[in-house]
Design a protein around this ligand. Structure first.
Ligand code: FDP
Ligand code: ZN
Length: 317
């Protein structure tokens, strides 16, 4: 933050008055163009949350990964792209739902990656879904460390937004009565001792060293929580500590992992590292991996640093 703002509470005489900080105010501490981009995403997310109950159908299309798209995958994707176009600050958008880059404004400063509707297979069971966004300047073909911002929105019982611009992680909850996102946690950090673990894929398809590591953690008492929406699982780790992984599976399945480096792994790893946690592809930080293609998949392990270091040692054998 350029200028550190103190606003959680004000003390007047003996009375403590709680002051709500809205997202727009909080963003005054950062670059104004980046602030407008984050605000645009937040407003678009409010519109999505309102329309969500009416748009739960399946579209008859597939994305570039061969996954069946939901009507919401398509609609949210178009909506974000349209809002970014109107904003005028976005040069190109790389989206999990699009084969080609959306070229919006050659003079735009930001290069945005979008997973507009993460966890869409949670729709039929009415579980959590999310949006994940990463922001770069100049290009997408650079290490995740060079993101200038990353955020996710959870369409949960309460709409929430978690963002970082590389100076800590801040969580906001949307209050419909005020039509504002209100600061819930400033400089949120992972708890020191992790409580949870959540691992994607089937145990039978995990590689033996990972399987052994996972079993050790369960033996030690970490509780299993896995929702099926990446950003939602990460939000659990942010609040309770522990480790999330979508590991490399046996070669025929997801030998290179299931999740996508640009659309999912990079923004989330940036948030987790900024919250005092760590990320890894099994060998080094996700944020040190230079992408070779936009649709690249990657094994991902994120959470408390001690667990990630231990995981890296376990995978080395
Ligand atoms: P989904 O396919 O429903 O969009 O983005 C991929 C993703 O969900 C992640 O959100 C989630 O962590 C993972 O896939 C779930 O995969 P599994 O169904 O294999 O558990
Ligand atoms: Zn996703």
């Amino acid at each position: 933050m350029k200028n550190k703002l103190i606003y959680d509470s004000d003390v007047i005489g003996m009375t403590v008055i709680m002051v709500s900080v809205i997202l727009k105010e909080h963003l005054k501490a950062i670059d104004t163009e980046l602030a407008s981009l984050i605000l645009t995403i937040s407003k678009t997310a409010v519109g999505i949350k309102e329309r969500l109950p009416y748009m739960r159908g399946i579209a008859e299309t597939q994305n570039i990964y061969g996954e069946l798209q939901s009507a919401l995958d398509l609609w949210t994707d178009q909506l974000f792209i349209e809002e970014f176009r109107k904003l005028g600050l976005v040069n190109k958008v790389a989206s999990e739902e699009q084969k080609n880059l959306a070229r919006l404004n050659d003079n735009g400063r930001f290069f945005v990656t979008s997973d507009p509707f993460d966890g869409s297979s949670n729709l039929p069971s009415n579980n959590l879904v999310a949006t994940i966004v990463g922001v770069y300047e100049k290009d997408f073909y650079t290490e995740g460390r060079n993101q200038v911002a990353a955020l996710y929105v959870l369409y949960g019982p309460v709409l929430s937004l978690v963002y970082t611009v590389g100076e800590g992680v801040h969580e906001f909850l949307y209050k419909p009565s005020k039509k504002e996102f209100i600061l819930e946690n400033e400089n949120k950090r992972l708890p020191e001792k992790g409580k949870l673990c959540g691992f994607g894929g089937s145990r039978k398809d995990w590689l033996p060293p990972f399987r052994k590591f996972a079993e050790e953690l369960e033996e030690e008492g970490l509780k299993v929580r896995y929702s099926g929406a990446f950003a939602a699982d990460i939000n659990q780790i942010l609040h309770y500590g522990g480790i999330f992984a979508y590991p490399a599976l046996k070669e025929k399945l997801y030998g290179k992992g299931k999740l996508r480096l640009l659309f999912e792994a990079n923004p989330i790893s940036f948030v987790m590292e900024q919250a005092g946690g760590a990320s890894s592809n099994g060998k080094r930080s996700i944020l040190e991996v230079k992408p070779t293609s936009l649709d690249q998949r990657i094994p991902i392990y994120v959470g408390n640093e001690n667990l990630i270091k231990r995981l890296e040692r376990a995978l080395k054998g």
